[in-house]
Design a protein around this ligand. Structure first.
Ligand code: ADP
Ligand code: ADP
Length: 229
């Protein structure tokens, strides 16, 4: 069974009084197969974040359904949420928390016993072991993005979702982030990422779905898609 199954997903944002709201998703259906790196590609405003935010439980859908790891997001919300780690676009850390504390707090939030937490190993995995006790405010943008990935993996979800992971980052950091994503995938994590960079989707993803104006206009293995272009 697929890692994520999305059926006829519709989102209409509530509009101003008396006006119709924005129809951000117009009935989107697709499966994310288990074990790969799946790219959701589309221009700004296409509906990518809306879709991710519905899966994350941050935005309520208008209609349709979604299953994460076999759990319906409405009926089995807790299990569905526990099956994904989300790397959001926005970077928000308490400036006086250290990377180690950020991960320990997240472990506490998920009710993971201290001795079972993996904070040190996660910091190592994202190359932040030497920043363990630095204040978050002293970290570079790239370090914060890596910390966000570690934070998303604290509860060992089988699926990692990244919303525009490399928007606005330089070439060097982009390469490092691609490496981290590839490493996690090789460790068995199913990865979903949104991007508006075709090149990123081509290089990183084994399958690409293209979304435009709230509609899915393609969903193919990357090789087939590239052959068409
Ligand atoms: P809903 O309750 O339907 O999920 P929200 O509470 O998410 O709607 O949105 C409330 C309001 O926030 C919208 O009507 C809109 O005016 C504004 N808004 C927030 N983010 C955006 C955005 N990215 N684009 C346009 N409007 C936005
Ligand atoms: P993407 O992530 O692909 O850039 P979004 O999902 O952010 O696209 O946005 C899809 C459409 O929905 C856009 O037209 C955007 O302005 C609108 N939108 C996003 N969030 C809100 C909101 N909270 N309220 C109203 N409209 C929104």
């Amino acid at each position: 069974s697929p890692a994520i199954a999305i059926r006829d997903l519709v989102k209409r944002y509530s509009g101003e009084k008396g006006s119709e709201g924005k129809l951000a998703l117009k009935g989107v259906s697709f499966d994310v197969p288990e074990g790969g790196i799946f790219g959701l590609l589309g221009p700004n405003g296409a509906g990518k974040s809306t879709l991710i935010n519905i899966l994350a439980g941050l935005v309520t859908k208008t209609s349709g359904s979604a299953e994460i790891w076999g759990f319906d997001i409405d009926e089995q919300t807790r299990n569905a949420k526990r099956s994904i780690g989300i790397v959001p676009q926005e970077i928000v850390f308490d400036p006086f928390f250290t990377p180690f504390e950020v991960l320990e707090n997240q472990g506490g939030y998920y009710g993971i016993a201290k001795r079972l937490r993996r904070s040190e190993a996660l910091l190592k995995a994202v190359h932040l072991a030497d920043k363990r006790d630095a204040y978050a405010r002293t970290l570079s943008g790239g370090m914060k993005r890596r910390l966000l990935i570690a934070k998303a993996m604290v509860h060992s979800p089988p699926i990692l979702i990244l919303d525009e992971p490399t928007a606005g980052v330089d070439v060097e950091l982009r390469k490092l982030l691609w490496e981290l994503v590839t490493d996690l995938n090789q460790d068995g994590v199913t990865v979903v990422l949104t991007t508006h960079y075709l090149e990123e989707a081509e290089q990183l993803c084994d399958r690409i779905a293209i979304i435009n104006h709230g509609e899915l206009i393609a969903n193919k293995p990357t090789r087939e898609l590239v052959d068409m272009a």
